[in-house]
Ligand binder design. Structure first.
Ligand code: GTB
Length: 215
């Protein structure tokens, strides 16, 4: 079975590993699964062939044993199908999945809004106020997350799909100084980035940007 995922032909993050195909690449690397990548332009993403895979015209998608969209669902599928990134026992599994939801539903929204504001809302008269409010929301989440992590390496036992998603969310803060105030979280992110599977995934998505820049 060949696994094919989609990614930006030209990622606006310039190969910094922030686009959401990175989660899927990383999970596949953790699972030791080879994969192919279909690069799509912004235009192609909105056309029927891609919309059949992703109803909202976005990346990433997954094709293999089934066609799937939503990065969290794809990571969960990879974890379940290949028996990685989730504890074997039902209770441990449920707890790891709770961290996946926490990453995407509780921690990511203010971080995503903050980075979007920094790109799109700079010229608005209320920009500074909005940024301040969003930063407050982010700090509230990071404070809680750091308290729960304590001095553990990972959120709940062994490295899981919950950690994978949480780290991809926190990486979005790298263009700010916010994480500097949460050294245990900065160390958590660094620990995850040091994983060979992360490094292979990062190198693969960076190579796409470098090839597009050279061409
Ligand atoms: N909930 C969906 C999922 O998790 O799969 C969200 C998918 C999504 O937001 N995809 C984005 C996309 O396709 C790319 S990752 N956008 C094009 C569109 O909507 O038309 C989001 C992203 C984009 C850019 C950066 N960056 O430049 O740093 C980071 C993340």
């Amino acid at each position: 079975m060949t696994i094919t995922i989609t990614a930006f032909e030209r990622s606006p993050d310039r190969g910094r590993g922030l686009a959401r195909d990175m989660r899927v690449r990383w999970a596949l690397e953790e699972a030791g699964q080879p994969y192919e990548v279909r690069l799509v332009s912004f235009e192609a993403m909105k056309q029927s062939a891609h919309l059949a895979r992703q109803p909202f015209g976005q990346i990433p998608t997954y094709e293999g044993d089934l066609t799937l969209f939503e990065s969290g669902a794809i990571v969960l599928h990879i974890a379940e199908r290949h028996g990685v990134l989730l504890p074997a026992d039902a209770i441990g599994r449920a707890r790891a999945i709770a961290w996946m939801f926490a990453a995407l539903n509780t921690v990511e929204p203010p971080i995503f809004d903050h980075s979007l504001a920094r790109i799109l809302e700079r010229d608005q008269p209320w920009y500074e106020q909005r940024l301040h409010a969003l930063e407050g929301s982010i700090r509230k989440r990071l404070g809680s997350l750091a308290a729960r992590l304590g001095d553990a390496d990972w959120l709940d036992g062994a490295f899981s799909a919950g950690d994978l998603l949480m780290v991809t969310v926190l990486l979005r803060l790298k263009s700010t100084t916010i994480l500097d105030d949460y050294p245990s979280l900065a160390a958590y992110v660094a620990r995850a980035e040091a994983r060979p599977a992360y490094q292979r995934a990062f190198a693969a998505q960076l190579a796409v940007f470098q090839a597009a820049s050279a061409g």
